[in-house]
Design a protein around this ligand. Structure first.
Ligand code: SAM
Length: 271
């Protein structure tokens, strides 16, 4: 049976998601996480993050956005499902309030924050997380979510196709639902349905560079969606397929320059 057959969808299990995203936490934190710098800075400008801000980062990972928010003087909080990423986020952000847990059940009271962000943390199928985000957001507060777009450049596509070819079939349905958020209007509808008024959709080109193939592989294989393939197929076969896909972004000096369309939508709490 090929991987395009039998694509039944698995329900979201936050602890399983956290285990996958945390499987190679140091590599994620040091080799991949800065993919989001350009989008985070754009989002901070659009949500006016400043000393007066109480900011929550939903699915904060190893804490880059928390670090940048704290640098502006904002008071920052974060939550993530991956305990190994939370450990790094806490080391990096000793003054932030960082919790291990689920975006569907936030451990903060109503109206706690004036900005909520989620950098590639809230995807298609996570509508309930937006309702929960709205609960902890003050009236008139702002929310921004980012996700991979379908535009160019899209160096991710080849790598994710390689992971998909080597993953068990039941994983593919949930991947399609998650990625559906990039389709025109989907993120806007999710936010509107959850009680927000959308006021901006934007994009940046995310760029990460790795000096050689081994570091490129360590970075790419640290992402959560690599895990089903790495558990299902001999990792050296997956590695070969991913490195082949990455050849198109290797420059003449041998640097792997990995560039992707990074989209975001910003909205205001309607209540
Ligand atoms: C693409 S990573 C983004 C991490 C971070 N925002 C960043 O940009 O570096 C997705 C994150 O979502 C977290 N996650 C997945 N499901 C979750 C859930 N139900 N509740 C909280 N975090 C979740 C994962 O552990 C992972 O850290």
């Amino acid at each position: 049976m090929t991987n395009t057959e039998n694509e039944t969808e698995k329900p979201h299990d936050w602890q399983e998601a956290g285990d996958a995203w945390g499987h190679s936490a140091a590599d994620w934190a040091c080799l991949y996480e800065h993919y989001a710098l350009d989008a985070i800075l754009a989002i901070f400008e659009l949500t006016a993050v400043s000393q007066q801000t109480r900011l929550l980062d939903v699915a904060c990972g190893s804490g880059l956005a928390l670090r940048l928010a704290t640098a502006t003087g904002a008071k920052a909080a974060g939550i993530d499902a991956a305990s190994s990423l939370i450990d790094i986020a806490r080391e990096r952000n000793p003054n932030a309030d960082i919790e291990l847990g689920s975006m569907f059940d936030l451990p903060w009271p109503n109206d706690s924050f004036n900005v909520v962000i989620s950098i590639n943390g809230i995807w298609g199928g996570c509508e309930a997380a937006l309702v929960e985000a709205r609960r902890v957001l003050k009236p008139g507060g702002k929310i921004a979510i980012s996700f991979w777009g379908n535009g160019t450049p899209n160096d991710l596509r080849g790598c994710f196709k390689a992971f998909a070819r080597h993953a068990p079939a039941e994983h593919l349905g949930s991947m399609k639902t998650l990625n559906n958020i990039a389709a025109p209007g989907v993120a806007e509808t999710m936010l509107t349905d959850a009680g927000f008024d959308v006021f901006e959709r934007g994009s940046r080109v995310s760029t990460i560079e790795w000096p050689d193939a081994e570091l490129a592989w360590r970075a790419i294989s640290s992402v959560g969606p690599a895990v089903p393939a790495l558990r299902h197929t001999n990792p050296s076969i997956v590695k070969e397929a991913v490195l082949e896909a990455l050849l198109s972004c290797r420059d003449r000096g041998g640097i792997y320059r990995f560039r992707n369309d990074h989209q975001f939508v910003v909205a205001q709490n309607r209540k």
